[in-house]
Design a protein around this ligand. Structure first.
Ligand code: ACO
Length: 329
């Protein structure tokens, strides 16, 4: 029986802070509207020239340090992102080069905001197949590269950042976690509710064409909201039921950090007390796939999990995609 041990955790957010007050000078909005509708107070945004794999490299080094691993021990790098540096090469290959590595199995995972748990599931497959695998699972997003700063309904929601974990078959040490179970699911019929179309093969750009609004995130917010609450609740109920657990057996709940009201909706339906819910959306906004590993690394840094803690994570994203994982420290 393979073990799925999370040996190390890391995260990185850019230095530059964009507050709600800053946004008031970009679009017609207010700190009050953003705070009451989303719970977001500020987010981090990249400096000019800072790309997905720059953030990923910081998070990866932090996770490797935390695991006590040298980069040279890695066998695979998976990067979950919908904002890679380039369409080609994949971000995972660029990250490999930035870490000074060669001949690893590197690839990107495209599952939008759910990408981290989809990448973790893929990494578990690698460890199950080849037990000596040591997989860097990274989620990194420069969501602001796909943000329409003229659209107040979307530009206030997002931020940039990266998180990473190291997964192996080793016996967990104190401070490390085992992945007890994971579920990943999708429904393509809901895809049109959240899109970044421009530049894809169905919407190719022509030489000399100016960038259209479809280059950026477009969404039907209220519909996403309803589906996010429904699907995250359902997948959490399913993973708890098939492990014969209830929310009472969970010490920390880490839902996708898109919007405080969505998280509260899911927690309420799961009868999860507020005190057990990890919240980072207030300080980072929605960092898409990076939200989950950033929140996990912050939970560790803040001492909210430790030996004996059981953590329930759930994610939701464009596609639509959603997932849940149970971790035991
Ligand atoms: N500032 C001020 N007013 C705004 C802003 C803003 N930033 N954005 C929208 N409004 C206005 C709208 O124009 C609308 O005005 P109108 O009634 O005059 O037309 C009004 O506020 C209400 O808009 P709604 O969209 O109905 O507001 P709602 O309560 O649904 O909140 C929100 C909007 C926050 C986007 C919510 O629908 C939501 O969070 N949805 C989920 C979307 C999401 O999280 N997407 C992230 C990507 S998906 C993912 O990560 C899984």
């Amino acid at each position: 029986q393979p073990r799925f041990t999370l040996e190390g955790f890391g995260r990185y957010v850019p230095q530059r802070v964009l507050t709600n007050a800053d946004l008031e000078s970009i679009v017609e909005t207010s700190d009050d509207w953003i705070t009451t509708r989303t719970g977001i107070k500020e987010r981090r945004i990249v400096a000019p020239g800072e790309a997905c794999t720059d953030l990923a490299a910081h998070a990866a080094r932090a996770a490797l340090d935390n695991a006590g691993r040298a980069a040279g021990e890695l066998s695979h790098i998976y990067v979950a992102t919908f904002t890679p540096d380039t369409v080609c090469p994949p971000a995972a290959c660029t990250l490999q080069d930035k870490l000074g590595l060669k001949n690893l199995a590197c690839m990107d995972i495209a599952a939008a905001c759910s990408g981290f748990l989809f990448a973790l599931d893929t990494a578990m497959g690698a460890v199950a197949r080849k037990p000596d695998s040591v997989v860097l699972v990274c989620a990194s997003e420069v969501v602001t590269s796909r943000t329409n700063w003229a659209d107040r309904a979307t530009c206030v929601l997002f931020g940039d950042g990266a998180g990473a974990v190291v997964l192996s078959n080793r016996e967990p040490k104190p401070g490390q976690a085992s992945v007890r179970d994971i579920i990943i699911q999708s429904d393509g019929a809901l895809g049109p509710l959240l899109t970044v179309k421009g530049g894809g093969s169905a919407h190719p750009y022509k030489l000399g064409q100016t960038v259209d609004a479809d280059h950026f995130i477009e969404m039907i917010g209220p519909e996403i909201y309803k589906n996010a609450v429904r699907n995250m609740t359902q997948v959490c109920e399913d993973i708890l039921a098939r492990n014969a657990l209830t929310m009472n057996d969970v010490d920390l709940f880490i839902p996708h950090q898109a919007n405080l009201r969505i998280m509260e909706g899911v927690a309420k339906r799961l009868r999860c007390p507020e005190a057990k819910v990890m919240i980072t959306v207030d300080r980072y906004g929605n960092t898409a796939a990076a939200s989950a590993p950033i929140a996990l690394a912050d939970a560790l840094a803040e001492g909210r999990v430790g030996p004996g803690s059981r953590v329930l994570m759930t994610t939701f994203g464009g596609g639509f995609t959603w997932a849940a994982a149970l971790l035991e420290f």
